[in-house]
Design a protein around this ligand. Structure first.
Ligand code: GLA
Length: 388
């Protein structure tokens, strides 16, 4: 957790006036991968790693942002839009500011000081944590209230317009609306969520970071999205009500799968199956059947590896090693893929064994060690009132 008092003091020292603090968490997705931009279901939880923004208003329309992680300060003028897609971390902040203004949330200038302990590139949505915390900070110090769903949509809009990834809404949604002790079953079409209690008395959610990020992830992501759209176009010739893959049941898919070319068929099989697995996992979680959740997580990984082809050797190695550890209920890649992390359900009393197995195997085969984190399900974006 970020030290709030220290961040407040650092702001006062640098800018000579007090700040308000806002936070948004990273996330891990238990199941429901590459379903969000198909109008489907996802089951993520917010983690206990976060981005915290200290903020105070300015009299002009300048937003000055200092990142303590980068040791760098950048600025933009709300009245003079900068170039999108510069590949800067500022793109996320400027992107969300512009998205909020385009949604009718008039902002004032501000000084922002950021600090994050969400590891970048680990598939834990450090970018959504940044977009949502900065968006909330900017709106709040401008005296505006933003509905959390609007805030999530503004974050997603920043990704599309400023960053250049055509991402779904999962990451920003859970960063904005995560609930302590709960996973969120999000219906990405309805933009509505059900919070499902996650009992971690005996089993914990363990995240293992491969420390690899393969270059192609953004272009491959956009390509998968286009392949799904092609699938919808072809399937809707037979199933007229179909607007998104969310509308296709497993049975309907099987009936018409032969009409799809090979690659598109495999992509669609993943998405249609993953939606069904996510709903089944949510039902299993509601009745406390973690074994079933774990079994579905493994099937999700296999489908992402074989049909959607977004896994990689490092993710496969960590997931497969976890499957072999006694007592582990399930393990899979989490997030967009091509590197990043796996998520596993591990018996609390076997965590050491789990970490040792993953570390030894990974060290031996890849020459370096993964980082294993355990996280409870945390809360979503909010103003930080107390520094405790
Ligand atoms: C990334 C995107 C999300 C989602 C996942 C895959 O994290 O930002 O919107 O599509 O990949 O499930």
């Amino acid at each position: 957790m970020i030290e709030r008092g220290a961040l407040r003091r650092a702001f006062e020292e640098r800018y000579g006036r007090p700040a308000r603090l806002f936070r948004a968490p990273g996330r891990v997705n238990l199941i429901g991968e590459h379903t969000d931009y198909n109008g489907g279901f996802v089951l993520p939880m917010a983690i206990d790693r976060e981005t915290v923004v200290a903020a105070a208003p300015r009299a002009d329309r300048t937003v000055r942002v200092r990142s303590l992680n980068r040791g760098e300060e950048l600025a933009f003028d709300l009245d003079r839009p900068g170039e999108p897609r510069r590949g800067l971390w500022l793109d996320y902040v400027e992107g969300v500011a512009r998205a909020l203004e385009s949604r009718g949330v008039r902002l004032g200038g501000a000084d922002l000081l950021l600090l994050s302990d969400v590891p970048a590139g680990a598939g834990l949505s450090s970018s959504a944590a940044l977009e949502v915390s900065a968006g909330l900070a900017l709106a709040s110090v401008s005296g505006r209230r933003v509905d959390p769903v609007e805030l999530a949509l503004a974050g997603q809009q920043a990704e599309h317009a400023y960053v250049g990834t055509l991402s779904g809404v999962m990451d920003q949604f859970v960063a904005a609306l995560g609930r302590e002790g709960h996973a969120l079953l999000i219906d990405c079409r309805a933009l509505a969520a059900e919070a499902i209690p996650l009992d971690t008395t005996n089993f914990v959610v363990a995240i293992a970071d491969t420390h690899v990020r393969h270059e192609l992830s953004a272009s491959e992501y956009n390509r998968r999205r286009a392949e799904c759209e092609e699938g919808v176009r072809l399937l809707s010739e037979h199933l007229p009500g179909v607007r998104e893959l969310r509308d296709v049941s497993v049975e309907e898919f099987e009936r018409f799968a032969a009409c799809l070319p090979g690659t598109v068929r495999r992509r669609c099989r993943h998405v249609v199956g993953e939606n069904a697995r996510t709903l089944a996992a949510a039902a299993a979680l509601r009745r406390g059947d973690l074994e079933e959740v774990g079994r579905l997580m493994r099937r999700s990984h296999e489908s992402l590896r074989d049909d959607y082809e977004v896994s990689c050797a490092e993710l496969d190695l960590l997931a497969e090693t976890a499957w072999g550890v006694r007592g582990v209920l399930g393990s899979r890649m989490t997030g967009g893929g091509f590197g990043g992390s796996t998520v596993s359900l591990v018996p609390r009393d076997r965590l050491t064994e789990f970490e040792r197995a993953l570390t030894e195997e990974y060290q031996q085969r890849k020459g370096f060690t993964p980082t294993v984190y355990v996280s409870e399900a945390g809360g979503g974006a909010e103003e930080v009132i107390s520094d405790e």
